[in-house]
Design a protein around this ligand. Structure first.
Ligand code: GLY
Ligand code: MN
Length: 462
């Protein structure tokens, strides 16, 4: 665990107290949040990297293992066991429960065993690790719903957490800016490594090396692939060939859990082919125009539809689609090539608060569309100052979509297959940045990473 310096500690204590006080204005019963415990790799001393629950981190600030906090009326009680004396042999001296309590500004600290007497009437949020999830149910003596639909106090808590966590405070923004800066550096290193790399894995190594060297981790499994059409590709063994595009979706997470999420697509040879350039420019226009529209009050779904229309218009100009862009979007023809949403909330989680289902992503009363072109939209809310969202339009030739007989039949009159075949060296392109909604518009936290082809060419030839 990386402990804060004394100046950082003062802002941490003040910031965490403000969060607790805001929570107390929304929820007047106790809230108990578990950090979780590390999963093991086959035997118990060999632990997988631990990631504390994000709701816990939001109020505790630092990634404690096997810890619980109880929040009520703006106060924080920490429940944590001191490590047994023999642990110093393997882990050195670690801070005591009292020292950790002081770091996070706890009002009281207790051994874990004392939690059982203080759980009455408390709300919680299910954590992802099964062992802790079972403890949650046992200690609260009731089922805990992973989907937040059965217990009304848990649903109310989820809604309160969404209110707080979707508007980033100064403490959060300082961390998010660090994650963004390191992610930008990682992408630059990936571009610079391309000239001498022969496999995807080498570029991944260059990118993740920068993240690790900053004492950060990856916020999600990196996607570094010449098969950009596999949306969440997590294999890195392919050889790089001169005509390939490389899609890299890599983001850092600070030691306290705050994420960045960036995608760039560049040419392995340093030079885009005319077909790659033509499609890239369409996606870049969708990216730029959506970002230019970000400001409070704008419906995020309208940004998605704007991206869809720009992509449909661009593909129609190239002769790949046939028809009027609005009609093409109305029939979801854009989704043949842009099947996902234009982005999502970003914060402590890369898809922030997605553990709460659509409670965070969708305004109350709204639900997922069953339309092919809207169903994967993760965010459907009006934008508000303090929200951090990604904008990530893309173009992909996904065999499972383009070879599907139902899609082929449905879209036979609007797609020109012969023309599409001329673009077969464009497997997947995505351009993704992290955009903070401000009072007057937007600030792109990842703006220092180039998006223009000329700049990418320079970077990948350096
Ligand atoms: N970075 C991966 C995603 O947004 O789904
Ligand atoms: Mn993303």
């Amino acid at each position: 665990m990386t402990l804060p310096t004394s100046t950082q500690n003062q802002s941490l204590i003040i910031g965490l107290k403000q969060r607790r006080e805001k929570l107390a204005k929304l929820i007047n019963y106790p809230v108990i949040l578990w950090s979780g415990s590390p999963a093991r790799r086959n035997f118990s001393a060999n632990k997988l990297p631990f990631r504390a629950s994000s709701h816990f981190l939001y109020f505790a600030g630092i990634p404690l293992t096997n810890a619980v906090i109880r929040l009520q009326g703006g106060k924080l009680e920490l429940f944590l066991d001191n490590p047994p004396p023999e642990a110093t042999l393997w882990h050195g001296t670690t801070p005591t429960r009292e020292e950790i309590g002081a770091i996070i500004g706890a009002n009281q600290v207790y051994p874990l065993a004392e939690l059982s007497g203080k759980t009455a009437g408390a709300a919680t949020i299910a954590v992802q690790d099964l062992a802790t999830y079972q403890q949650q149910s046992q200690l609260l003596n009731r089922p805990i719903s992973l989907s937040h639909q059965t217990t009304s106090i848990d649903l109310e808590l989820a809604q309160a957490l969404v209110k707080l966590r979707s508007h980033h405070d100064d403490l959060a923004l300082a961390e998010l800016r660090q994650a963004a800066a390191v992610s930008v550096a990682a992408h630059k290193a990936g571009m610079q490594a391309t000239k001498n790399a022969t496999t995807e894995a080498e570029i991944r190594g260059a990118m993740e090396g920068v993240i690790i060297a900053h004492n950060m981790t990856c916020a999600y499994n990196s996607i570094v692939t010449v098969q950009g059409e596999v949306l969440h590709n997590e294999s890195y063994h392919h050889q790089l060939h001169p005509g390939d595009l490389l899609l890299a979706d890599v983001g850092a997470e600070t030691p306290n859990g705050w994420a960045a999420d960036i995608t760039r697509t560049w040419a392995v040879s340093g030079k885009f082919s005319p077909s790659q350039k033509a499609i890239y420019e369409i996606i870049l226009q969708a990216h730029d125009d959506c970002i230019a529209k970000v400001k409070p009050g704008v419906e995020y779904q309208d940004l998605h539809l704007l991206a869809a229309e720009i992509i449909a218009a661009g593909l129609a100009d190239l002769g790949i689609l046939e028809g009027n862009p609005q009609d093409l979007v109305a029939m979801d023809a854009h989704a043949l090539f842009f099947p996902h949403g234009v982005g999502h909330l970003l914060g402590l989680d890369v898809h922030d608060m997605e553990d709460l289902g659509d409670v965070a992503g969708y305004t109350a009363g709204r639900s997922r569309s069953d339309r092919f072109g809207l169903g994967y939209l993760r965010l459907n809310r009006p934008l508000e100052s303090g929200m951090l969202v990604t904008i990530e339009p893309g173009f992909y030739q996904v065999p499972a979509i383009l070879n599907d007989p139902n899609f082929r039949a449905k879209y036979q009159n609007v797609i020109n297959w012969e023309r599409l075949a001329e673009f077969k060296d464009v497997r997947g392109i995505r351009i993704e940045d992290d955009v903070l909604v401000t009072d007057s518009g937007a600030e792109v936290l990842t703006a220092s990473l180039p998006t223009k082809i000329e700049e990418l060419v320079v970077m990948s030839n350096e």
